[in-house]
Design a protein around this ligand. Structure first.
Ligand SMILES: CNc1nc2cc3c(=O)[nH]c(N)nc3c(CCc3ccccc3)c2[nH]1
Length: 380
């Protein structure tokens, strides 16, 4: 008797369109719409992409936004989000939403925590109250949030770590992945992603992929990276990890990254990305441009009448001078972080569109050379 739960494959599918070397262009079809990949997903941790209305987020071309089990279970709680109609209704975002499972945030945010085979007990960084996350609790919270894509509950070990410690952590995450899948309620157009662990060890990554693909998920995330290992180790880990993943499922590299990280990871077969950098940089006067990043608090921008980028495809890009943004940040005006977050997210979306178009017309290698040259040139 087959296990009906896992056989009842949800209709979330990733369909390839073109490839260029290891890079792929495709579409992710979900209950809340279809998203072209490669795609960059803005982080909306507590039900908001900080400083942005969802109309502004949509204007950048973003397709999927992220939410966070850890933050939302603490405030306003999963039950209240469910009462408010789920994240889509509460945030007024009709597109797909991916929520992380919370384990990563507990490790990096939760002050005191106790980890055991069953799950993790931790105290809220907001009011010190005690909470518990297990694969079942995390999966149920993501159901109440009405996440389009649910992430398996895992442990993301800090690097550097010994191969033995990485193996123990990865094996527990694989047991948790099976429990997460068991707790997942399959619905038309919804999906659950398994998270590959194993640090930078090829044999552990191989074991993890085997375990996850035997369980069967609608997509696979590469976890355990972007935790300080550096770009070289991240890329070398991708070099042997992505080829072992199923060709017909989306791959999501968690927590990545800078524009140069995105380019290199797409060229190594990754389809989906998330990173707080463009948003966080927007709040700290750091602007991403075609010529690298610049700090708008710097006095050299005080009378610089140029815009941030030659493109004028967003309400921000072609309208505001560097001098004005410099003034807003010096004056600590809230419009500064709002406009610069908008600009940075639009830059990331424009970059992903450029990369995707180059995959489709087979010119990705030439684009990579051009992008890296321009980033190295420094301000235009
Ligand atoms: C910045 N680097 C970074 N490395 C990560 C590794 C993991 C990992 O191994 N497991 C899980 N579950 N998440 C990770 C995350 C968080 C990504 C996220 C944040 C916000 C919303 C939705 C998703 C990571 N982020």
């Amino acid at each position: 008797m087959s296990d009906h739960k896992t056989d009842h494959a949800t209709k979330m599918t990733w369909v390839p369109e073109a490839s260029c070397g290891m890079a792929r262009a495709g579409h992710l079809h979900t209950r809340h719409g279809t998203v072209p990949t490669p795609t960059f997903m803005p982080v909306g941790t507590v039900g908001t992409v900080k400083g942005m209305t969802m109309d502004a987020v949509r204007s950048t071309g973003a397709g999927i936004v992220l939410g966070n089990t850890y933050h939302l279970m603490l405030r306003p709680t999963a039950d209240r989000v469910q009462k408010l109609g789920g994240l889509h209704r509460m945030m007024d975002w009709p597109g797909p939403i991916l929520t992380d499972s919370g384990g990563f945030q507990v490790m990096s945010l939760g002050a005191l925590r106790k980890l055991d085979e069953d799950g993790v007990t931790f105290r809220s960084h907001i009011d010190g109250s005690k909470h518990r996350l297990t694969p079942e609790i995390s999966t149920d919270i993501q159901f109440k949030l009405d996440a389009t894509i649910t992430m398996a509950f895992d442990e993301c070990p800090a690097l550097p770590a010994t191969p033995e410690a990485l193996r123990k952590s990865m094996e527990m995450s694989m047991r948790w992945a099976a429990r997460s899948r068991e707790a997942f309620v399959a619905r038309e157009g919804y999906g659950q992603f398994g998270i590959v662990q194993g640090g930078t060890e090829r044999d552990l990554r191989e074991y993890s992929i085997k375990a996850l693909t035997e369980i069967g998920f609608e997509g696979y995330a590469i976890g355990g990276l972007a935790v300080g290992e550096g770009q070289e180790l991240m890329f070398s880990t991708l070099d042997f990890t992505t080829p072992m993943l199923p060709q017909d499922k989306a791959r999501y590299l968690m927590g990545v990254g800078t524009p140069d990280d995105l380019l290199g990871a797409v060229m190594r077969g990754v389809d989906m990305f998330d990173c707080v950098m463009p948003s966080r940089a927007g709040r700290t006067a750091r602007a991403y441009t075609e010529r690298g990043a610049i700090n708008l608090r710097n006095a050299r921008f005080a009378e610089d009448t140029r815009t941030l980028t030659p493109h004028d495809d967003t309400p921000v890009a072609g309208r505001y001078s560097r001098a004005y943004l410099h003034h807003l940040f010096r004056a600590n005006e809230m419009l500064g972080p709002m406009l610069l977050t908008w600009h940075n997210l639009a830059y990331y979306q424009r970059l992903m569109r450029q990369i995707r178009a180059a995959i489709v017309d087979g010119t990705l290698d030439a684009l990579a050379v051009k992008l890296r040259e321009d980033w190295a040139k420094g301000d235009w």
